[in-house]
Design a protein around this ligand. Structure first.
Ligand SMILES: [Zn+2]
Length: 57
């Protein structure tokens, strides 16, 4: 695959998986550190407040 940066190409982790908001560098860092899904500050906070969600069965 071509690894060149392409404007407009959506990359996993670049946007909030809940609302699609573009993540800031800090939000991206948090997502990477936690190994969790890419979430904006709002949804990352909500996710933390929730108990572990069981995987879809
Ligand atoms: Zn969000």
């Amino acid at each position: 695959m071509d690894l060149e940066e392409q404007e407009g190409t959506e990359t996993v982790g670049e946007r909030c998986e809940e609302c699609g908001a573009r993540l800031t560098a800090q939000e991206l860092a948090v997502a990477l550190e936690s190994g969790g899904p890419a979430l904006c500050t709002v949804h990352a906070t909500e996710a933390e407040a929730l108990p572990d969600e069981p995987p879809d069965v």
